[in-house]
Design a protein around this ligand. Sequence first.
Ligand SMILES: NC(=O)c1ccc[n+]([C@@H]2O[C@H](COP(=O)([O-])OP(=O)(O)OC[C@H]3O[C@@H](n4cnc5c(N)ncnc54)[C@H](O)[C@@H]3O)[C@@H](O)[C@H]2O)c1
Length: 388
Amino acid sequence: MKRKLRMGMIGGGKDAFIGAIHRLAFNMDGLVEMVCGALSIRPDIAKESGDALFLSPERNYLSYEEMLEKESKLPADQRMDFVTIVTPNFAHFAPAKMALEKGFHVVIEKPITFSLEEALELKEIVDRTGLLLCLTHTYSGYPMVKQARAMIREGALGAIRKVWVEYPQGWLSKLSEREGNAQAAWRTDPGKSGKAGSMGDIGTHAAHLAEYVSGLRITHLCADLNIMVPGRMLDDDGNVLLKFNNGAAGALLASQVAAGEENALKLRVYGEKGGLEWSQMEPNTLLVKWLDAPAQILRAGSNYGAHLSHYATFNCRTPGGHPEGYLEAFANIYRNFALTLSARMEGRSAPQEAADYPGVEDGIRGMAFIETVVASGKSGEKWTPYVI
Ligand SMILES: NC(=O)c1ccc[n+]([C@@H]2O[C@H](COP(=O)([O-])OP(=O)(O)OC[C@H]3O[C@@H](n4cnc5c(N)ncnc54)[C@H](O)[C@@H]3O)[C@@H](O)[C@H]2O)c1
């Protein structure tokens, strides 16, 4: 590719959280430049945010409709190639649909849409247009997550029997949505977040990680969803028992009222021969536990190639001991998407490792998880009263 890919952002202004992380991530490899934006629902903040990022005034748009309309009419050597959508869940589908129908590839935040129906419709549009869609399930971008997935794929653990994933956070331990916290406000509002609260916000990450690493599919679940903070409208805590398509059993815990916890996502997967353990807050380490041999500690690092799968080393940037983290994992998703898109635009094939980023099918799995977990949480069938 003789130039950077041109990108526009919807959401992610000065009033937002994740948009700034996206900008750090796509800038890391120099493959993408941001040429336009509709950065906030509030026109004054959109303008101020675009000015601060040195967007040219005529491409610092005040609404995503204006941006997609005007960009689609620019000459091919100027208009953006793809759009990144970093708005709250209720404002994902409409801009994604419009972007695809105007001929733009899409990077979109999770959960992919507000409802399962919207996700299925989005897949139809992706299929019809033949355009690319990348879903930013960040945690699948870590090298040692890719190492875990590769080892399970190669059969190192034998048949998988048990998958445990836990995702405790503490930041919603108070009724922050009533105290001016904008991120809490829409996440706890059923009209903006969707059917689920914590299960949609972080449970979907946990479910994606469990399926991505194990290579299995959840087929049944039994959910206990809770609202722990009085006055809240959506679940802020939940425990889910899982059944997988090979008969493996599992458990998924997601809570945003685990007071004092930061972002303690942790996955454990066990097969016939051993198990794997990975923690998001210690992401460069993968613990491997063997039934008949001493445990191993595998570490990320571009110089440890002999010990790691090519999927892991492809996503390592620094030598061992020079920590990589959240931003690099995010950047890996962008880089893999960008490599795939530029290869497509030049009519050549990208490295197979670059195709390894989440897409619309993962988005549908996430929305199905939300639907099922909420239905199960409401069902009266699941609990057996204690017999005494
Ligand atoms: N991948 C991850 O790890 C991760 C982490 C955090 C958030 N997210 C997801 O990112 C999305 C945004 O979350 P956030 O915490 O940054 O939200 P936020 O409330 O901090 O920011 C949302 C932004 O979208 C803008 N916006 C809303 N409607 C818009 C519209 N119609 N047009 C243009 N801009 C509009 C707001 O003005 C704001 O700038 C959510 O879907 C969330 O689930 C993902």
